[in-house]
Write a protein that binds this ligand. Structure first.
Ligand code: BEZ
Length: 212
């Protein structure tokens, strides 16, 4: 099992899920993808996370992102647990959960960190672009639920910076000013970003979001 790094190709797999047997690449098609693991079914933090993810489906759809969750519990367990998630989180789980009983996908994506827990998956997140390249990895411990607003924010940044020569500053939110790519000299930047370029330092230039 190799460590997966940014820019690597996300490994493909076929797995049993709560929505039947799915091939990951076929499921993603031309979409962006979020593959995220959680430690176990019928646990409190995981229940809130999957509920939060389900409630964000419209936002992910708008951004052409498909989600797939994973834990090492079986499909029957996932199906029972989904009923609880829907009931307690007031939503409908609307994405597949991999039943990785044999830990094949967990191993492929290095989602089991033995010094944290030698059997259960940690809270890993992989954001994958339409070319199947890994664009972001996050790893949270079992005791800390993830922030799905942050995942949306990162998707917005990744999609913006994939198409424009900009980067997004600390705590940036969609629509706010962005940073001009350091590779572009200021005079050239003024020709590209016609809404204006504010030079704070020669290496720190801001411009309004070019897509707004
Ligand atoms: C939880 O999802 O609540 C959880 C799972 C494993 C360990 C601790 C908490």
């Amino acid at each position: 099992m190799a460590t997966l790094r940014l820019g690597d190709t996300a490994p493909d797999f076929t797995a049993v899920t709560s929505q039947g047997t799915l091939n990951f690449y076929e499921y993603l098609g031309d979409s962006w993808g979020i593959l995220f693991s959680h430690p176990a079914d019928f646990t409190p933090v995981c229940t809130t996370e999957l509920g939060a993810a389900a409630k964000f489906k419209d936002e992910f759809d708008k951004r052409n992102v498909k989600m797939m969750a994973l834990s090492v519990d079986g499909a029957a367990s996932h199906m029972d647990w989904i009923k609880d998630i829907n009931e307690t989180q007031n939503t409908e789980v609307n994405f597949p959960i991999v039943a990785d009983v044999e830990r094949k996908v967990s191993d492929l994506y290095d989602m089991i960190h033995p010094n944290a827990d030698d059997t259960l998956t940690v809270r890993s997140v992989f954001i994958i672009d339409p070319d199947k390249k890994i664009k972001l990895t996050l790893t949270y411990p079992a005791s800390t639920g993830r922030n799905f607003y942050e995942l949306l924010r990162v998707i917005d940044s990744l999609q913006l910076t994939a198409n424009h020569k900009v980067a997004t500053p600390a705590n940036w939110k969609n629509g706010e000013k962005v940073v001009v790519s350091p590779a572009i000299p200021t005079e050239e930047a003024k020709g590209i970003f016609t809404k204006g370029v504010e030079e704070i330092k020669p290496y720190l230039r801001l411009t309004p979001d070019p897509t707004n």
